[in-house]
Design a protein around this ligand. Structure first.
Ligand code: DC
Length: 242
């Protein structure tokens, strides 16, 4: 597994420090990726969408006819594929072995498969190693399920976003419709319930807030509200440092 390139943003006056890691965990549709991207932009940090990496593995497994419980084949796959990220205006583009898979990895079928391959130990080992490498190279906002518990348990700032399942299903439905992906709200709602339950109940790196994470319920909040709250928490914590 290699990461060829990822969007490096330059530090600016809001810089929290080069080695800073901000983790944002939470379930599907809690707003992690939107908030993570905007926060990284504001603070001049790299944004790393770890879910996209599991999605690439799922897509490649699907394309190569690998079963999601075939550990050996998944291990070989992880050693073989190259994931890269690039920034295209406001949007992050994702590439697998040079092919643009930005939209393909968002298909509902691949979402469900990503949840399954993400429970496989060898897949997690390969991806976590790469995620740590990226995070250690520069200040980063890491969005995922285990960013604050496993990837960076010593991160300086940890957040866990949540919202009711209805709100999250509505957000995800709107997002997919805007991308012209054909879905029904009912299917999205059911997929989210299933992924929530699978991601939280798996043995390795289950979805849960780190003990020292700030938990934010975004159900009644706008994107701006959440960004403001996170920025305040970071600024307050930074100001109280010796
Ligand atoms: O955040 P997302 O919906 O793009 O993630 C897709 C799947 O990948 C999700 O169902 C769980 C898994 N995942 C994970 O296990 N660990 C991460 N750090 C990120 C995602």
């Amino acid at each position: 597994m290699r990461i060829a390139e990822y969007g490096i943003k330059f530090m600016h006056e809001h810089d929290t420090g080069k080695d800073d890691i901000i983790t944002i965990d939470g379930p599907v549709g809690s707003g992690k990726s939107t908030i993570g991207r905007l926060l990284a932009d504001r603070r001049g940090l790299i944004y790393l969408d770890t879910g996209a990496m599991y999605r690439v593995v799922a897509l490649e497994a699907h394309n190569r006819g690998i079963e999601p419980d075939d550990e050996k084949a998944l291990q070989a796959l992880c050693a073989d594929i190259e994931i890269s990220f690039a920034h295209d205006n406001d949007r992050q583009r994702v590439y697998s072995c040079g092919n643009d898979v930005t939209d393909a990895i968002r298909q509902p079928e691949i979402s469900m498969l990503a949840s399954r391959v993400s429970a496989v130990k060898v897949v997690r080992q390969a991806l976590v190693q790469m995620q740590r490498k990226i995070g250690h190279e520069a200040g980063s906002v890491i969005d995922g399920r285990d960013a604050g518990t496993v990837i960076f348990p010593r991160a300086r700032f940890k957040f866990y976003l949540d919202a009711t399942v209805e709100t999250r299903a509505r957000r995800r439905y709107k997002e997919l419709v805007e991308k012209n992906i054909e879905v029904s709200y009912k299917d999205i709602f059911q997929d989210i319930r299933k992924r929530d339950s699978d991601d939280s109940s798996r043995d390795i790196a289950p979805l849960k807030p780190a003990d020292d994470a700030v938990i934010i319920d975004t159900t009644m909040m706008t994107i701006e509200d959440v960004l403001e709250k996170i920025s305040q928490e970071i600024d307050t914590a930074t100001a109280s440092l010796p």
